[in-house]
Design a protein around this ligand. Structure first.
Ligand code: SF4
Length: 333
């Protein structure tokens, strides 16, 4: 079964509530976004078309289950391009890469397939355009995150990372005549990014806003869905990996909007009995790189603990899809 689309199916476990039932509120949208779906399918199709091994630079998406499943099928995940044998197929992950990495791959005559999410590519293009137009770019994002490294790598000499509110104070001074714009990583907390933007504007009144949002639709929708259920839950379980930025933001959003406790887990077997003291209602959601099968396992585990009434709260419907890299698209008939 593909790790991609087939596992995106929304679990439908809505059961009627009777007195005394303990409840699960399932946030929707949750799980796979269009960029993750495309990236995972890129590796699957590459394995089908070229045979194993297919190399992937970094985790294709930040999810343990997805990476392990693709590894079993013949994908080899590497940290850097120079680990890949000359002439092999190499997939760039959904988080994108800098021009330097593309150059290294070319030097090794690797056959590259680009699974960069088109919404990340959009931010790369903005960086290139504003750098060309003489701007300094204040890039709001998390230091060391692959997406930020790739985006900043488009114009490292004029890109300044702003990591959190404190990052604003750490910036150098800019003269009023220096053109200044802020952009952001795609998977940040919307609320925190707005706070950082305000602080940036206070420090640099001539700062320009970007032409459009960089925080992607999937990140925003998942945060809105969590906000909608957070106040009704004493406990929020977020399915996602520790290195997944958008999943970690869901934990923060839940805590900020009324949930008493929130935990990020990869698998249902990480749920601990001690979390449930005095808990009548558990919220469940998942990050944008999480297959629905992992959420289903969590819901089943909660049912075994007496949380048998399941209600799905939907705040948006998502229909967006992205075309595969050209070399992997099905032939037209
Ligand atoms: S989370 Fe957003 S930017 Fe990242 S892959 Fe999904 S759609 Fe693209």
């Amino acid at each position: 079964m593909p790790v991609g689309r087939a596992l995106v199916t929304v679990v439908s476990m809505t059961a009627s509530k009777t007195d005394g039932d303990k409840t699960v509120l399932l946030a929707a949208p949750r799980g796979y976004c269009a960029g993750v779906d495309r990236a995972v399918e890129t590796v699957e199709r590459a394995l089908e078309k070229y045979g194993a091994p297919v190399y992937v630079r970094k985790e294709i998406v930040h999810n343990r289950y997805v990476v392990d499943t693709l590894s079993e099928r013949g994908a080899i995940f590497v940290e850097e391009t120079d680990e890949v044998p000359e002439g092999s197929h190499l997939v760039f992950s959904a988080h994108g890469v800098s021009p330097q990495v593309r150059g290294e791959a070319k030097g090794l005559q690797l056959k590259t397939l680009d699974a960069t999410c088109p919404l990340v590519t959009k931010v790369h293009n903005e960086v290139k355009r504003f750098a060309r137009d003489g701007y300094h770019i204040l890039l709001i994002g998390h230091e060391g995150h692959e997406e930020v490294e790739g985006t900043a790598g488009e114009a490292p000499e004029v890109t300044h990372l702003v990591d959190g509110l404190d990052g604003v104070d750490a910036l150098p001074d800019f003269l009023e005549q220096e053109k200044l714009i802020w952009l952001s990583q795609t998977t940040l907390s919307v609320d925190e990014t707005m706070q950082i933007r305000e602080r940036l504007h206070r420090r640099f009144p001539h700062l320009q806003d970007p032409p459009s949002d960089d925080i992607c639709y999937a990140t925003q929708n998942r945060q809105v869905a969590v906000k909608a259920i957070a106040q009704r839950c004493q406990l929020m379980i977020v399915v996602g990996s520790q290195n997944s930025s958008n999943s970690k933001r869901l934990v923060e959003v839940a805590l900020k909007h009324g949930t008493e406790a929130a935990h990020l887990i990869d698998y249902a077997n990480q749920i601990e009995d001690s979390w449930f003291d005095g808990v009548d209602t558990v919220g469940v959601t998942s990050g944008a790189s999480v297959p629905e099968i992992l959420v289903r396992d969590v819901v089943e585990s909660l049912a075994r603990r007496g949380y048998t009434s399941v209600e799905e709260i939907t705040t948006a419907s998502e229909k967006i899809t992205f075309a595969l890299p050209r070399d992997l698209r099905p032939a037209r008939t």
